[in-house]
Design a protein around this ligand. Sequence first.
Ligand code: PLP
Length: 254
Amino acid sequence: VSDRQWILLNPGPANTSREVREALVTPDLCHREPEFFEVMRDCRERLVRLAEGGDGFAAVLFTGSGTAAVEAAVCSAVPADGGLLVVDNGVYGERLLRIARAHGIPTRALSYDVTTAARPDDVRAALRAEPQLTHVAVVHHETTTGVLNPVAEIVRAAAVEGRRVLVDAMSSLFGEPLDVTQDGIDFVMASASKCLQGYPASRSCWPAGARSMRCAAGRRGASIWISRTTTWRRSRTTRPSRPPCRCSTRCARR
Ligand SMILES: Cc1ncc(COP(=O)(O)O)c(C=O)c1O
């Protein structure tokens, strides 16, 4: 492993430590071996602990970029007869909109300019006006501008209206305070390679409440691979999808 170190000035992937880079050099290990299941189980449990999820929460490990995790949550969480209110005040809010529309989800945008944080009262008013909106999707930290949306207040407003919330915390989980157990949150999507300072190629994850796991029937037929439920079910069998093994084994043991 080279000692040469570039300082990355982009907002992720974050710099990794030598220890993390060294952990990637491991013997070959098949993803259908018991040793591998154990590493994955350990990794999922540690992520939940790190996110302070506690009992009843689960981390679903996902191979793919952050957008894959966001897309999986959106298409798994919103039921066939549901609708999504998307807070749109930046590049990643707009991406949420595009994902929802690509999956044919009835969607309403709550738009602001890129320097304005979302207002919980606006969320409340939009949900009251449109009862068919069952879920809210919001980016916690809009990475391109640094705007932090007041997620706790938005979730509170949505929960009072009986709605569930999906939080894209790709560049904030483990960096900014976020209570993933707050009542009203269904999924929190995050990345291994941002505040966690893991390896970019490894995976994205999201801690989710047990309730979400039961309710996330999703839009059937929308996708096989980009599906939180498929990934979660397979990850607990002896036939998990083939992850980038070398990226995860020793990293997870530390
Ligand atoms: C808040 C947020 N959401 C989603 C993404 C998409 O992640 P990716 O580029 O890994 O697909 C990013 C990437 O930086 C992000 O910052």
